[in-house]
Ligand binder design. Structure first.
Ligand code: IYR
Length: 221
């Protein structure tokens, strides 16, 4: 199939001083992002969520297959079902499936199998990786780099939600197969992550943790 190319019309180059200022300002914004585990039940206008999901949809993906689906759950009953199923998995995880080392690594975060935020938060976004799709003739179309692509899109979604003034929790109850059943997702989709979205609860507390320094995460050769 011949590809059609168009001019890169929307690219904007800034003077270097402005580039640095923009990079600094964006870092200042992003370094205030924190995962929270206590949410307010205040509702979020769907238009805000939609803009953020559209931002996620700008992510690069293998062969531009855009192998992701963002299932936005606001329905009380579905949220309750998700909480019940997630807590059942988490109970087994904390009762031994995680193993001693993993539980030791989680100690500073004081996490436990109770996940009330899955019901309190106004929005849960269940993110699915589409490992393959079906073409018009019902034939399987393999997706390339679907996990990497969905990971990048999820990063953009978290960034967009933070920029909009919302808080998130990247929640990964393991295994997450219950999400496929509860949300009636088609074959070819694998639950990737459950993103809890909302406003922080009043007086919310977060763990006193720090990020690695530039010198620890960057190598110049
Ligand atoms: N999914 C569990 C455990 C958990 C695992 C990691 I790695 C974390 O960074 C945090 C929690 C839970 O949500 O409690």
């Amino acid at each position: 199939m011949a590809n059609k190319f168009i001019r890169l019309a929307d690219y904007k180059q800034y003077p270097e001083s402005e580039m640095l200022e923009r990079a600094q300002a964006f870092f200042q914004l992003m370094k205030t992002r924190r995962s929270v585990r206590q949410f307010s039940d205040k509702a979020i206008p769907m238009s805000i969520i939609d803009e953020c999901v559209m931002t996620a949809g700008t992510a690069p993906s293998g062969a531009n297959q855009q192998p992701w689906q963002f299932v936005v759950v606001c329905d009380r009953t579905l949220k309750e079902e998700i909480r019940i199923a997630a807590e059942a998995e988490e109970r087994e995880f904390y009762a031994g499936r995680a193993g001693e080392k993993w539980l030791e690594a989680l100690e500073p975060f004081e996490t436990n199998p109770d996940k009330p935020f899955l019901e309190t938060a106004p929005v849960l976004i269940a993110i699915f990786e589409q490992k393959f799709s079906m073409d018009a003739l019902g034939k399987k179309v393999k997706h390339y780099y679907s996990k990497e692509s969905t990971g990048i899109a999820t990063g953009l979604l978290i960034t967009a939600l933070h920029n909009a003034g919302l808080v998130t929790l990247t929640h990964t109850p393991s295994p997450m197969n219950f999400l496929k059943t509860i949300l009636k997702r088609p074959t070819g989709e694998r639950p990737f992550l459950l993103l809890v979205v909302g406003y922080p609860a009043e007086e919310v507390q977060v763990p006193d943790i720090t990020k690695k320094l530039l010198s620890e995460i960057r190598t110049i050769l």
